[in-house]
Write a protein that binds this ligand. Structure first.
Ligand SMILES: NC(=O)c1ccc[n+]([C@@H]2O[C@H](COP(=O)([O-])OP(=O)(O)OC[C@H]3O[C@@H](n4cnc5c(N)ncnc54)[C@H](O)[C@@H]3O)[C@@H](O)[C@H]2O)c1
Length: 220
């Protein structure tokens, strides 16, 4: 496994992911990567192919939210958050196609979107940039599918509802209360819920399925 991120230490603290995988007997390499740049994506995919000889699955989950309402979003914060999502997914899928067009086993590509990319609902104006960003991610995935299906490269999307991530050094998440109120499932989401969906999309059980948006949100 090759992990790309702008930072190696998890935002929630604790052990780095590559070390955790290695401690459990896996093989993982961390590469500092900014998915807003093609050069970094190219280097990341090259490292995976050099190390393992092929590429089976790619998960595009990195994101930077501007954290502001539409009217308060500056050109640089908007550009940064947009560049880390939809174009990154398209660039990554395009890199895959360029390298994989004549191989026997085609890779699978999963992107992390959000339920906010699909629905409007009652939430605040503050989430408009996030909705545009995540909707764009799903749209780019849907558009990619027609381009890449002939090479058997599948591009699917996961749209989580609220996923609770413990971050001891961060202020309380202001969205938690609203998420509890709107989610009928007796608990909010956990990272493992999203991992389960990603493992399914990466597995050989996900057949003839591309451009879909798997919603994992406890009906919230
Ligand atoms: N956590 C939730 O409740 C939730 C709900 C719905 C959707 N999502 C979506 O799931 C995805 C992941 O969310 P998360 O909560 O795990 O976010 P997170 O902030 O915990 O993790 C995002 C990771 O992306 C990295 N990153 C940011 N910009 C990058 C860049 N340009 N290049 C490389 N790495 C970069 C960050 O360093 C971080 O490690 C996002 O698209 C988010 O919008 C999350």
């Amino acid at each position: 496994m090759v992990i790309g991120d702008v930072r190696e230490e998890p935002l929630e603290g604790g052990e780095c992911t590559a070390q955790l995988i290695a401690r459990r007997g896996g093989d993982a390499l961390f590469m500092r990567t900014d998915v807003a740049t093609w050069r970094d994506i190219d280097a990341l995919i090259s490292a995976a192919v050099d190390r393992h000889g092929r590429l089976d699955v790619m998960v595009n989950n990195a994101a930077t939210a501007s954290g502001t309402g539409l009217l308060d979003t500056t050109p640089s914060s908007g550009k940064r958050s947009w560049a880390s999502t939809s174009p990154a997914c398209s660039m990554a899928a395009s890199e895959l196609r360029n390298r994989w067009s004549r191989r026997s086993r085609a890779p699978k590509c999963a992107a992390g979107s959000s339920i906010w990319g699909r629905r409007w609902g009652s939430s605040t104006r503050r989430t408009i940039p996030l909705r545009c960003q995540q909707g764009g991610r799903h749209l780019s995935d849907t558009a990619d599918r027609g381009d890449y299906a002939p090479q058997l490269i599948v591009c699917n999307c996961i749209s989580p509802g609220k996923i609770v991530i413990e971050r001891p050094n961060f202020p309380p998440d202001p969205e938690l209360e609203n998420a509890r109120w709107r989610t009928p499932w007796p608990r909010l989401g956990r990272p493992q819920d999203i991992a389960n969906a990603a493992v399914f999309l990466a597995s050989d059980r996900a057949t003839y399925m591309t451009g879909s948006n798997l919603v994992v949100d406890g009906a919230g």
